[in-house]
Design a protein around this ligand. Structure first.
Ligand code: C5P
Length: 412
């Protein structure tokens, strides 16, 4: 029994997924753990204290100010007399309270008072999960050391589709086993349509030095590539993100490697292969300065500096042309200011990709550095145009499309 003698304090939040907490209790006890259950007021709307207590074989704790409970076991003691605190389902509300240190009911007080590791299994509507407020709270909780199992992607009880489903009880058990074994890195991954797949993504610009203090760059922010990395991790993939210099944060649950030049980026990509999918989102500089100075160029240089350029390696074409370890899907981006589709079709053939995501980056579109993107998926089988969407939504749809393609065997 993998959890023999382990004491789990299980906080059941209010959501339709609360019924799965009943099965979770059974699974934990089968493995030798004891489960002390806490039910929030909202949780009580979905499962009864009687069924929770019967399965746990322990009384349910519900109130912050219960005299009998306080006599038997105060909330401070309750929060510490466990090996692990598990919140399943973790609702948007509970996560927000925990992220901000609120303590106005028993569950939130226990989360603030505990000195033990906390594992959360989020469950909420897809819009709530994708809301920037929830994303901020998740980032804060992760920074505070809270571990997450899920959420998974899929159809939800409310009829919508996307991330927000609570992962299955056995997946939570697996995460609990890892957490009690001392793992501090249970990322938001391991479930969903890309579970078991590895994805390598490039993102951001490259910097090509002119001398030790100057460089050539472009306006890529890395927002789209980072959003794809995040969406892929949430869909269960193992993600390696190779990022040029950007000012945005590394996505959660993603292994991020930072590089500067195109040649560094290529080396990092090669070191990260093999993979199931490669996505070249980076705006890689086509040229590097061949006569870059090893010392800072002086203003007094007569006639100003004369830069000589050498062509950079094409990372995307290089990956697509691999004889041995070519990923099953190689996806490129085509940022253009005119003839968007025609240029993308040319790139698809020339670079031997499976899919090119074409977008118009004319200054008036605001795509470069902005938060929205309007893309066209160009493959051998045709062109599919998506409306103007947030880059996060483009990322989520792209990840879903790629997961479908992989399931069908590869080519677009
Ligand atoms: O030819 P172009 O630069 O427009 O192609 C864009 C696509 O090729 C992007 O997916 C980009 O990441 C990739 N690329 C690359 N290495 C280069 C140039 C572009 O991987 N040196």
């Amino acid at each position: 029994m993998t959890l023999t003698g382990k004491r789990i304090l299980l906080i059941i939040g209010g959501g339709i997924a609360a019924y799965k907490a009943l099965d979770l209790i059974r699974r934990l006890r089968e493995r030798g753990a004891s489960v002390r259950p806490v039910l929030t007021a909202a949780g009580k709307q979905f499962v009864t204290p009687l069924s929770v207590a019967s399965l746990a074989g322990m009384p349910v704790h519900e109130d912050l100010f219960s005299l009998t409970e306080e006599e038997e076991m105060g909330h401070i003691e309750l929060s510490r007399a466990a090996d692990l605190v598990v919140v399943a389902p973790a609702t948007a509300d509970l996560m927000a309270k925990a992220a901000h240190g609120l303590a106005n009911d028993l569950a939130s007080t226990l989360l603030l008072a505990t000195d033990k590791k906390v594992l959360m299994a989020p469950a909420m509507n897809v819009r709530m999960w994708l809301h920037p407020a929830t994303a901020r709270n998740v980032a804060q909780l992760q920074a505070d050391g809270v571990l997450f199992a899920g959420p998974a992607d899929g159809e939800m009880a409310c009829g919508e589709f996307g991330p927000g489903r609570m992962v299955e009880p056995l997946d939570i058990v697996a995460a609990i086993e890892k957490a009690v074994a001392g793992s501090t890195t249970i990322p938001l991954t391991g479930y969903g349509p890309l579970a078991g797949r590895k994805i390598v993504i490039t993102s951001g610009p490259t910097h090509e030095p002119i001398d030790p203090v100057r460089y050539i760059a472009n306006r890529s922010s890395g927002k789209q590539g980072h959003a794809i990395a995040q969406a892929a991790a949430r869909a269960g993939a193992q993600v390696v993100l190779i990022s040029g210099p950007v000012s945005i944060a590394d996505p959660a649950g993603v292994q991020t490697r930072h590089v500067e030049t195109a040649r560094d980026m290529l080396a990092a990509v090669e070191a990260s292969l093999p993979a199931d999918i490669f996505i070249g989102t980076a705006a890689v500089a086509d040229w590097r300065v061949e006569n870059a100075g090893s010392q800072k160029m002086k203003k007094s240089l007569s006639g100003g500096p004369v830069l000589q350029f050498a062509e950079n390696p094409d990372i995307l074409a290089h990956v697509a042309g691999q004889a041995v370890q070519r990923p099953k899907l190689v996806v490129g981006f085509a940022a253009e200011t005119q003839n968007v589709i025609a240029y993308a079709q040319d790139k698809l053939a020339r670079k031997k990709c499976d899919l090119i995501i074409a977008n118009d980056v004319s200054p008036e579109t605001g795509v470069m550095g902005g938060s929205k993107n309007e893309v066209h998926l160009v493959s051998k089988s045709g062109v599919e145009s998506w409306p103007l969407l947030d880059k996060e939504e483009v990322a989520r749809r792209l990840v879903a499309t790629l997961a479908d393609l992989l399931k069908k065997g590869g080519a677009a």
